[in-house]
Design a protein around this ligand. Structure first.
Ligand code: PMV
Length: 367
């Protein structure tokens, strides 16, 4: 059954092409995000088993341009390059996505599409780029649509639509389109929250959390042994799934309270508990798997020691991978950077880390 918003987008799909359709280029840059309460487990068409909350990052971004030229034959026609070179696996993923959303963007099949994409962070860093890349692509599609319809959606509707279609491409991408922080998944704790798109959460943030820094330590840069897609699927038979979804709901409520009151202690508790639960779920999947590396654990131990010894509110979180995100308010940047350089860089591949922070969200590229 189609949801209300799906029906709305289908019925407002722009079918008629203007008389003289010209070629054009649109471009967006969109950031990655780091979840504090994690989305892990999904059902139906990319719907989350529990609500999640993330900070939108700023340094880790994807820049995408989309050039379109009218063509005769119908059907999706795509040329794709990543960092200047053809990339068949990414091209396949994008082709599949464009085919899925074609009913919403029927004009797509009347053009040759040339998509070119690059990341601002190192390609082989092991940092997931689907949130930034898929949201950048969707923003380009919406711009292309607006250039035909001549109708500009207001910002709220535009971002909701961007979030909805980003979700269809990659669940966590739904959260990347909003500045600073956002919540995806229905929860009584956030009015207007939805399973189908994320909503902005910047307004909730106490000033301490508006300047959140994220130093990303690259402790391992290879491909993951189990993809996120497979990981989500394994939640269907995870014996702890029901408990996990209940805890995530509770953690989200508690987190919103901590974010609005500036309660760093509670923020640290929830952030680290969520990272550990995510990886515990991987270890207790059937079959079990492990994405942490020995260096991940060494960094975690060192972070906890540093926090206790120095009374500095530094904590860690993990994505579905071995790299460690260090989170802290900007006012502690000097001490944390020193600690990182003195004690943690030895655990990083090529002493590599990314100096990131919560940021203002996607931007249209000036072409
Ligand atoms: O969006 P996906 O399907 O790549 O899943 C991302 C899941 C985590 O990064 C582990 C958690 C999250 O909420 O971003």
């Amino acid at each position: 059954m189609k949801s209300t918003i799906e029906q709305e987008y289908l019925s407002s799909a722009f079918n008629a092409l203007p008389q003289a359709v010209a070629e054009g280029t649109v471009g967006w840059q969109s950031p990655s995000n780091i979840a504090i309460v994690k989305y892990w487990g999904k059902y139906g068409n990319q719907l989350p088993e529990n609500p999640s909350l993330s900070f939108t990052l700023s340094a880790a971004r994807t820049e995408t341009t989309l050039t379109f030229r009218p063509k005769e034959a119908k059907g999706i026609s795509l040329q794709f390059s990543f960092e200047g070179k053809p990339n068949p696996p990414f091209a396949d993923k994008i082709h599949k996505f464009l085919t899925t959303v074609e009913p919403f963007f029927p004009f797509l099949s009347s053009f040759e599409l040339n998509i070119s994409s690059q990341n601002t962070f190192p390609h082989s860093s092991g940092i997931a780029s689907s949130a930034s890349s898929m949201s950048a692509l969707v923003l380009c599609l919406l711009d292309m649509e607006q250039s035909f319809t001549g109708q500009l959606l207001n910002e709220e509707d535009f971002l909701r639509k961007a979030s909805y279609f980003s979700r269809l491409a990659s669940g966590s991408a739904s959260r990347s389109v909003f500045p600073y922080a956002s919540v995806w998944g229905e929860t009584k704790a956030v009015a207007g929250s939805s399973q189908e798109f994320a909503v902005p959460a910047e307004a909730v943030l106490h000033p301490l959390f508006q300047t959140m820094r994220d130093s990303i330590l690259i402790v391992h840069s290879g491909t993951k042994s189990v993809s996120s897609r497979a990981g989500h699927a394994l939640m269907e038979n995870n014996p702890f799934a029901a408990t996990r979804y209940a805890l995530a709901n509770q953690n989200l409520k508690d987190l919103l309270k901590a974010l609005s009151t500036g309660d760093l202690e509670e923020f640290i508790r929830i952030t680290e508990e969520e990272a550990m639960q995510l990886h515990a779920l991987m270890m207790t999947s059937r079959p079990s798997y492990l994405l942490m590396q020995p260096e991940t654990l060494s960094v975690i131990q060192a972070v906890r020691r540093f926090r206790k010894d120095k009374s500095i509110p530094l904590c860690f979180t993990l994505d579905a991978g071995p790299n460690v995100h260090l989170l802290y308010p900007a006012q502690f940047a000097a001490e944390v950077t020193k600690f990182l350089e003195d004690e943690l860089l030895g655990y990083c591949v090529g002493r590599r880390w990314i100096d990131d922070a919560a940021g203002s969200g996607p931007q249209r590229l000036k072409l």
